[in-house]
Design a binder for this molecule. Structure first.
Ligand code: AMP
Length: 345
């Protein structure tokens, strides 16, 4: 039976995005990846599909490591504000039979050379050599899943008929390939079943680590605000954050002020942040006050998350995932059966 709540109304624009099945969220993940998606769902003109890219995770992760994170990502996203009325969330593997069949059926419309040329694959191969995991940057030495990644990604998009894909600009080469595949398939069978997707630009913020050395990452937890930190721990980390001398401004301070102001909606706190910034630029020592205020803001954010998250465990995740995957499966089944029809079997 179809769930009326998850029925797309065709007036809205369909947008798809994927979350990687990794947990231990940092404030960097939140502002760089999750908040932009929450912003999309705020606009009622948008019909949002969010999938947990667990099959994609298989390209370079041990599935046994990924397994627990597949549903944790859903709990995290719910606790941070993803709403069932505004976003369909599902696991990519919930619709594996449909999506993999779509991938198989589009595979003849892209060449191995085109796949091997994608900059993302080349970067991954270079990184593998750098990390000592491979002795060759040759893209044709990639495992088949990595080489075929853009085909599966195109299938994810075609399956939901989403003309817009909320991803970073770095994914443009993959979308270009998806458009090429769609054009070739549609023209071969004189159809318009496959949509030609475009990037939906989002306001993704880049968060520096607390010491300003590179981006905030869970791989360096002492320099990252983690959603699993207890408030004292987070305050201690913030106290130790690198800033700038009174009157000086730099990228590190820019990032810290941005994080503080993007993680509160309290008008007084926002006003206070603006004042502290002006006072600092006027040459007064206020970094201690700034860190106290940032600590308060962070404590509130972590407390809210800590209270919300248990509500969105087990039962909620199962229910939310079920309604999302049902809609996603319906869409994918429709696309796949139309493809089969025009292909003759
Ligand atoms: P990861 O946890 O590193 O796999 O990242 C998951 C998502 O969060 C990706 O879309 C990243 O671009 C985003 N992300 C992770 N760390 C940061 C950061 N420090 N600033 C902005 N975005 C981030």
């Amino acid at each position: 039976m179809t769930n009326p709540e998850s029925q797309p109304t065709d007036e809205r624009q369909r947008i798809i995005t994927g979350f990687r099945p990794t947990s231990d969220l940092t404030v960097g993940n939140y502002l760089g990846a999750i908040k932009p998606v929450l912003d999309i769902q705020q606009d009622k003109n948008n019909d949002l599909y969010v999938f947990v890219a667990d099959l994609h995770g298989l390209t370079d992760h041990d599935p046994r490591e990924l397994a627990p994170y597949r549903t944790e990502v859903i709990s995290d996203a719910r606790a941070l504000g993803l709403h069932h009325l505004n976003a369909h969330m599902y696991l990519q593997s919930d619709i594996e039979p449909e999506v993999v069949q779509i991938a198989n059926r589009i595979a003849p419309y892209v060449s191995v050379a085109e796949l091997a040329r994608t900059p993302n694959l080349k970067e991954k191969m270079q990184a593998a050599v750098r990390d000592g995991k491979s002795d060759s940057e040759d893209a044709t030495r990639a495992n088949f899943a990595l080489l075929g990644y853009p085909v599966l990604m195109a299938a994810d998009i075609f399956a939901q008929k989403t003309p817009l894909v909320a991803v970073g600009q770095d994914q443009e080469p993959h979308l270009e390939l998806a458009r090429t595949i769609a054009r070739r398939f549609n023209s071969a069978f004189d159809t318009d079943i496959l949509v030609e997707p475009k990037i939906f630009a989002v306001n993704s913020l880049r968060v520096l680590s607390l010491d300003g050395k590179g981006k905030m990452s869970k791989t360096n937890p002492t320099q990252a605000i983690m959603f699993t930190d207890d408030p004292d721990e987070a305050r201690k980390k913030i106290k130790g954050a690198t800033t700038a001398s009174a009157g000086d401004w730099n990228d590190i301070l820019e990032s810290h002020f941005m994080v503080a102001s993007e993680t509160t909606q309290d008008a007084d706190q926002l006003q206070k942040l603006a004042e502290l910034r002006a006072t600092h630029m006027g040459g007064m020592q206020v970094m201690g006050d700034f860190k106290d205020l940032w600590g308060d803001i962070t404590e509130k954010m972590l407390e809210t998350f800590r209270k919300q998250r248990p509500i969105y465990m087990e039962n909620d995740v199962d229910w939310y995932r079920q309604i999302g995957s049902r809609t996603a499966k319906e869409n994918a089944t429709e696309v796949l059966s139309k493809m089969k029809e025009v292909m003759g079997f």
